[in-house]
Design a binder for this molecule. Structure first.
Ligand code: PLP
Length: 348
């Protein structure tokens, strides 16, 4: 195998040479004492960019999400989320383990929850004998729905509805910069009113490690204790924040390239028989359905140097990112067409 075209996830991106240089040169201190200047700067910049009072650097997006869930809920409450949400399938049921909450899922077309989906399942009347809702949870872009984007007006209606019902709203914005790029808006405008927002530095933004949770000063102060409880108190992690700062300041501007490459893949694959591309990708994730077993397709693609993820019996996910070029995406299409022909020939 000569060259690998790794389309499994945007988490595979490697830090840029500039990030590595910044990491080597980073000014550091003990962050549990609040004394790491590079982390403090990253948190300050994240808060400014999102138009919030404060921010906290966390090792993973899962931890940022679970801190938020803990901050907003009491044990025994419901958290309303979409039926394919990351918090449901990929965070090890930490909502139950750590916060004692239940996730109440609502299926929405293309993963895009609207206030009309949420209002009917809310339980806020305060009846002592009925399960109470504690939090509304939105994911934008929606990973398992194919990087779909919830538009700003839909986001705002959810914020208004939830707040009118006395409920906080959290945004799992692991890829919120992709959403803002696709909508040609800022993350501050797109996420306005959300009580907390979590975003990843280590996906399309290419930092090696880290996510950031933003919110009010008082919420983020409490978040520091919750992060410590989860084992997320870090020491001289400014070497990571140094890469995170470059990710935050410089990498969002190039995400449209990843989105163009995802469309390139989709266009190239649109007339390949044996697979279906359900829609043109809006961001950097393309999910397609195949005839035959997805795991088989992925294995055959891998033999030819194109890495993808089987995310269901017949569903394959491709994710574009900084470490795959347009030219590599064109080559990936050729490999996929070859694999399609091979699978087709073997099917009964
Ligand atoms: C990747 C991701 C996360 C966080 O994942 P970690 O691997 O814990 O950093 C959270 N939400 C969504 C939608 C994601 O795609």
């Amino acid at each position: 195998m000569s060259e690998v075209i790794d389309l499994r996830s945007d988490t595979v991106t490697r830090p840029t040479p500039e990030m590595r240089a910044a990491m080597a040169a980073a000014d550091v201190g003990d962050d549990v004492y609040g004394e790491d200047p590079t982390i403090n700067l990253l948190e300050q910049r994240a808060a400014e960019i999102f138009g919030r009072q404060a921010a906290i650097f966390v090792p993973t997006g899962s931890m940022g999400n679970q801190i938020a869930l803990k901050l907003h809920t009491s044990p025994g409450q419901d958290v309303i989320c979409e039926s394919r949400a990351h918090v449901l399938d990929w965070e090890m049921n930490m909502a139950a383990m750590f916060s004692g909450c239940q996730l109440r899922t609502v299926a929405a077309d293309r993963g895009i929850l609207r206030w009309e989906h949420i209002a009917p399942v809310l339980s806020t009347a305060g009846l002592y004998y009925k399960t109470q809702t504690g939090l509304v949870w939105i994911e934008n872009t929606h990973n398992m729905a194919g990087g779909t984007v919830t538009p700003a007006d839909v986001m705002q209606q959810i914020v208004e509805g939830a707040h009118a019902a006395g409920l906080p709203v959290h945004l799992d914005g692991a890829r919120v910069f992709n959403a803002a790029s696709a909508l040609n808006t800022s993350v501050a405008d797109l996420t306005r009113g959300f009580d907390t927002v979590n975003f990843c530095l280590s996906k399309g933004l290419c930092a090696p490690v880290g996510s950031v949770l933003v919110g009010t000063r008082s919420l983020i102060a409490r978040a520091r204790s919750v992060r410590k409880a989860l084992g997320g108190g870090m020491r001289q992690a400014g070497i990571l924040a140094a890469a995170g700062l470059i990710a935050l300041e410089q990498m969002p501007q190039r995400l449209h390239e990843d989105h163009a490459n995802a469309r390139l893949l989709a266009e190239g694959m649109s007339d390949v028989s044996g697979l279906t591309v359900p829609e043109m990708p809006e961001t950097n994730i393309l999910i397609f359905t195949v005839r035959g077993e997805a795991s088989r397709w992925v294995a055959l693609m891998k033999e030819r140097g194109v890495f993808a993820s089987a995310i269901g019996p017949e569903r394959v996910r491709l994710v574009t990112h900084r470490d795959v070029s347009a030219e590599q995406c064109e080559r990936a299409v050729k490999v996929i067409a070859d694999v399609a022909a091979k699978v087709e020939a073997l099917l009964p």
